[in-house]
Design a binder for this molecule. Structure first.
Ligand SMILES: *Cc1c(COP(=O)(O)O)cnc(C)c1O
Length: 430
């Protein structure tokens, strides 16, 4: 049979796929976690928290062990486990003494929970734009969005590298603001020698199953501030029932939840933490190979890592010059997907454009908190407020979710060959 099509015809046009066998799902769980979980199950003590001022207010032995181990690993004074990082973000905002109607500046290029945590305390999310090459909050845009109502900044260490915390902390100091770092996607990343998430007043990590290390669901809050740590522990565990016994005088936002993480999860988490360095090294090796393999492709920008910092690649973030390529992102993704590449993200979230913000409907149906007296001004969520984030979302951002697959050199080379093939056939996509 003739093979005039050659190996180079795009799979989209009937050619042979670059990747014929799907990659296996990412799985950092091994015999160590099985053994750790088995021991807890056999002990019969699956949780030991008590929601009262009691020696067990801080949980059982595995919770404490995992927290002390996290403090040592991340180099912080306090690590506080929670049952998800969404819970962690809610606790973090509450711990700051936020008043209803206060404004918190947040990135729009993030998972929705970063901003929802603000609304949970009836505070108002204000979206500042991001840097075009790191996708993290742009300090200039943050400063331009500060009003007399602004009380905090939530920086998001998106895709695996820290936001530029030095200028953000300088702004916070000048305007007397607190800073929360949402480091869900960047455990193990370093910002000028310090762990991402620890260069803020409160930070922390997600332990959801697609993050670098996981316990199924879970999260870790970190802070160096004793007072904030107490408030985080209170909100985690029924604050209102505990403040009296504890002698806590500041009752602001002492509305508690059950955000407690169990003993099984913490036992697994302690084993996972032992693996984080190697998991991060593996991601960085894959990213370096992708950097080299994709370097020559016209109109494609590979990730930029801030000088003196490291990236841990939850997502491998790329930008397309679609004007120069003369082909839409959608068409390129169609072609790559046909080649067998999975985990491609066309754009990322623009939180301000979600229906809740567009229609300003959150609590109830009448527009609370935006339409109520607590909201001191008209906050703008219209398209156009964050042009960099919007352009990336609408047209140019292309993510490869490294978090989804087990990837070694062989898998990485297959992804590179798929990209090279699509780029060699770009004219056929026009
Ligand atoms: C995953 C994630 C969260 C939420 O974490 P969960 O543990 O899933 O609740 C918040 N912010 C960002 C940026 C995330 O990636």
């Amino acid at each position: 049979m003739n093979d005039f099509s050659g190996n180079n015809r795009l799979a989209l046009m009937g050619g042979k796929k670059s990747i014929e066998t799907p990659f296996t799902r990412y799985n950092p769980i091994g015999p160590e976690e099985v053994e750790a979980a088995r021991q807890v199950v056999e002990s019969g003590v699956l949780s030991q928290f008590i929601g009262a001022w009691d020696p067990d207010f801080l949980g059982g032995p595995r919770v404490k062990e995992f927290e002390r181990k996290s403090e040592a690993y991340f180099g912080v004074k306090h690590a506080i486990t929670v049952n998800s990082w969404t819970s962690g973000l809610i606790a973090a905002v509450g711990a700051l003494d936020i008043e209803p109607g206060d404004e918190i500046i947040v990135s729009p290029f993030t998972m929705c929970a970063s901003a929802t945590a603000i609304l949970h305390w009836n505070a108002i999310p204000v979206f500042a734009d991001i840097e075009p090459n790191t996708f993290c909050l742009c300090p200039k845009s943050v400063e331009a969005n500060i009003t007399s109502q602004t009380k905090a900044i939530m920086a998001v260490d998106i895709f695996g590298q820290s936001a530029d915390m030095k200028p953000l902390m300088d702004i916070a100091e000048r305007y007397n603001l607190k800073v929360i770092a949402d480091t869900a996607q960047a455990p193990g990343a370093l910002y000028h020698g310090k762990h991402a998430g620890t260069v803020s007043h409160i930070g922390g990590y997600s332990l959801n199953y697609h993050k670098h290390i996981h316990t199924g669901e879970g999260g870790i809050l970190v802070t160096n501030d004793d007072k904030l740590a107490d408030r985080l522990r209170l909100i985690r565990n029924h604050a209102e029932a505990v403040v009296e016994g504890m002698g806590e005088q500041n009752l602001a936002n002492m509305i508690g939840y059950n955000f407690r993480l169990g003993e099984i999860e913490c036992a697994i988490g302690a084993s996972q933490l032992d693996k984080l360095d190697n998991l991060v090294k593996g991601r960085q090796q894959v990213a370096r190979r992708l950097d080299e393999g994709l370097a020559g492709l016209e109109g494609l920008t590979t990730p930029k890592v801030r000088d003196g910092c490291t990236h841990v690649y939850y997502v491998y973030p790329m930008v397309l010059d679609v004007v120069r390529l003369g082909v839409s992102r959608q068409r390129i993704v169609e072609a790559l997907t046909a080649e067998g590449v999975t985990g491609l993200a066309e754009g990322y979230v623009n939180v301000h454009r979600l229906p809740m913000y567009q229609k300003k409907i959150a609590y109830g149906s009448k527009g609370f908190p935006w339409t109520s007296d607590i909201c001191k001004r008209e906050v703008d969520y219209s398209k156009g407020i964050c042009p960099v984030a919007e352009e990336l979302h609408d047209a140019t951002f292309l993510g490869f979710a490294m978090c989804l697959h087990e990837m070694g050199d062989a898998e990485t080379d297959l992804v590179i060959s798929a990209f090279q093939k699509v780029w060699a056939n770009m004219d056929a996509l026009k």
